[in-house]
Design a protein around this ligand. Structure first.
Ligand SMILES: [Cu+2]
Length: 176
């Protein structure tokens, strides 16, 4: 689940090399990659594979994505409905006029945001994969939550008793 990208940081110079080669001109490519021809069918394939591998494995950890989430009286507003997979920081704020303490819970589910099972006024969180949460956010206050999110559908809720049914939920799509 927690795929650490650190070893791949060493690949970054390769990406720089590849792009520099591209800028300088194609004449250099055969010289630089001449030995790679043993392994790759063509120099360009070598460059392509290197860049493709970086893109596939490493781009999530470079992504600096922030979503502003506002907890209101009867809904949760996100300033983006979709985000790319990787590290996502939620800047969660409880609007000053809600007059009540809220929390912010991120669940991974394909269910619609308003279709989660509720028992005794609360969503049964144990039925879902809970990605993380921040609790006890007073009116006018904020907290941050950084999560590593894989592609898929998520629902964010406030699960203080009764709050989900008041409308404090919304969905988030994480794209590859
Ligand atoms: Cu709430």
């Amino acid at each position: 689940m927690s795929i650490d990208c650190t070893p791949l940081l060493t690949l970054r110079p390769n990406l720089r090399l590849a792009s520099r080669v591209g800028v300088i001109g194609r004449a250099l490519i055969p010289a630089v990659f001449v030995e790679e021809n043993v392994m790759f069918s063509s120099p360009r394939t070598a460059v392509f594979l290197g860049v493709a591998a970086l893109g596939l494995v490493c781009s999530p950890s470079y992504a600096e994505q922030t979503i502003k989430a506002t907890l209101l009286m009867n809904t949760i507003q996100l300033n983006a409905s979709d985000v790319k997979a990787g590290k996502v920081t939620f800047e969660v704020s409880n609007a000053p006029d809600t007059g009540m303490t809220h929390e912010f819970v991120v669940l991974k589910t394909d269910l619609a945001a308003d279709r989660l099972p509720v028992k005794n006024g609360q969503v049964s969180e144990s039925q879902f994969k809970k990605m993380g949460e921040v609790e006890d956010i007073d009116p006018g206050k904020g907290k941050r939550l950084t999560l590593k999110l894989a592609p898929g559908r998520y629902v964010v809720i406030c699960n203080r008793p009764g709050h989900y049914s008041m409308g404090l939920h919304t969905s988030l799509l994480v794209t590859p």
